[in-house]
Design a protein around this ligand. Sequence first.
Ligand code: SAM
Length: 182
Amino acid sequence: MSNLPYHIPVLLQPCIDGLDINPDGVYVDLTFGGGGHSKEILKHLSAKGKLFSFDQDEDAKANIPDDKRLTFIPHNFRYISNYLKLYGITQVDGILGDLGVSSHQFDKGERGFSTRFDADLDMRMNQKSDLTAKKVLNTYDVKKLTAMFREYGEVDNAFRLANIILKLEQMAALKQLLSLKK
Ligand SMILES: C[S@@+](CC[C@H](N)C(=O)[O-])C[C@H]1O[C@@H](n2cnc3c(N)ncnc32)[C@H](O)[C@@H]1O
């Protein structure tokens, strides 16, 4: 497990080609992760260039290179305009977003993203948030679960899935109750 790379950046060269980097420019990596894309962007920047990289996952901090041109922002990239304002940036030359989950998040059992491990359903990208997937399943009613699966998971049978999950939860609770009574 520990020998696994944090994340192998996808489409690295096409992304760099697409950014068409101006060496003195200002760039934003919305999803730093293992820093694969960020490190490649830095290689193309001069001493004047700047890179702002976001990641809300605490674990990503372990991958930050020691480079003065990089500012790591450990927050959700939805706050991009606030943070760029804070750093006095009014214009950028390029923004990269490698959306989704990093391999590290799948490979670390306790993060609760993968069925390969026996762990609680967690699935938080931001470990400071207290809303785990387990909490969602245990507290959302059928309406909220259906809306979540439909809107964010694009699940066709969202209502059916929500009902099955709630029924399984009730069965598990009943099983636990019966085993306590023995
Ligand atoms: C596919 S990985 C990026 C991998 C990265 N390009 C590399 O080369 O290693 C996506 C990363 O984005 C982060 N992430 C996802 N949504 C985010 C958000 N809204 N704000 C900040 N980070 C986010 C995740 O924590 C994850 O580390």
